[in-house]
Ligand binder design. Structure first.
Ligand SMILES: Nc1ncnc2c1ncn2[C@@H]1O[C@H](COP(=O)(O)OP(=O)(O)OP(=O)(O)O)[C@@H](O)[C@H]1O
Ligand SMILES: [Mg+2]
Length: 231
């Protein structure tokens, strides 16, 4: 079993970070939220919806309407243009061509990618690729964003820029964002509300300040200090 004893209450309309060493179960946990993985036991509840009880067609509709994802390695389709990638979620949902094109263009512009609509993956830098990934997620218009180490593959300067971009957007959009990161500084920048996993278990949750002052165990203490030293 990859995860156990996960009892987590993620507040709406904020950024919630999931942290832990490689292999601790962060991505697995994230994939339970939209049921890309079915839990053996337990439930996943999103507001008044028991996600674990949905039929497959209802789950698909629920995902399309409520949840968008952003991936570490961008997850863009290489044979699609920037515009087509940004429209992707809306196309899957059956949004008419004109409306989805308009939505995608709006979010590409917000991501400072106007003029790149006809470009392909190969022609983009890492930072641009992830801005397309963000545009695609935002164009979907969901209230929940699941982000699995979205900025980890980027160099530090670009990473900071995208953190700022995300924070500015969040001021306006007030989404529920679950954000996986290895980096304590990144979690702090994003508001410092975190859950820390170790070997598939939830070890501690709360603010980074509380955790630093009162680490639940040696793992937490060393995770916080070694990550802080590394960054
Ligand atoms: N569907 C699955 N069923 C059972 N075990 C899995 C499944 N997916 C991953 N695992 C295992 O669960 C553990 C946690 O993997 P996971 O990818 O969630 O870690 P992670 O914290 O995201 O690591 P990283 O920081 O490297 O991305 C690993 O030991 C992995 O082999
Ligand atoms: Mg992972």
């Amino acid at each position: 079993m990859a995860l156990r004893n996960i009892n987590l209450d993620i507040p709406s309309n904020g950024i919630y970070c999931i942290m832990g060493l490689s292999g601790s179960g962060k991505s697995t946990l994230l994939r339970h939220i939209n049921r890309l993985i079915d839990p053996d036991t337990g439930t996943v509840q999103i507001q008044d919806v028991d996600v674990t009880a949905l039929s497959i067609p209802d789950l698909q509709k629920f995902r399309q309407k409520r949840i968008a994802m952003v991936f570490q390695h961008f997850g863009l389709l290489p044979h699609f243009t920037v515009q087509q990638n940004a429209e992707f979620a809306l196309r899957v949902r059956g949004v008419p061509k004109r409306e989805r094109a308009e939505q995608a263009r709006y979010w590409l512009n917000e991501m400072e990618l106007s003029g790149y609509e006809a470009h392909y993956y190969d022609e983009l830098s890492g930072g641009m690729r992830q801005r397309v990934g963000l545009a695609r997620a935002l164009a979907a218009g969901t209230d929940i964003l699941l982000m699995d180490e979205p900025f980890s593959a980027l160099d530090p300067l670009i990473r900071r820029k995208l953190q700022t971009l995300l924070l500015n957007l969040q001021d306006r959009l007030n989404k529920t964002i679950v954000f996986i990161t290895h980096d304590v500084e990144e979690a702090r920048t994003l508001g410092g509300t975190v859950a820390l996993l170790n070997q598939g278990s939830l070890i501690q949750q709360g603010s980074l300040e509380q955790m630093t002052a009162n680490p639940a165990d040696d793992y937490v203490a060393s995770f916080l200090t070694s990550s802080a030293e590394a960054s």
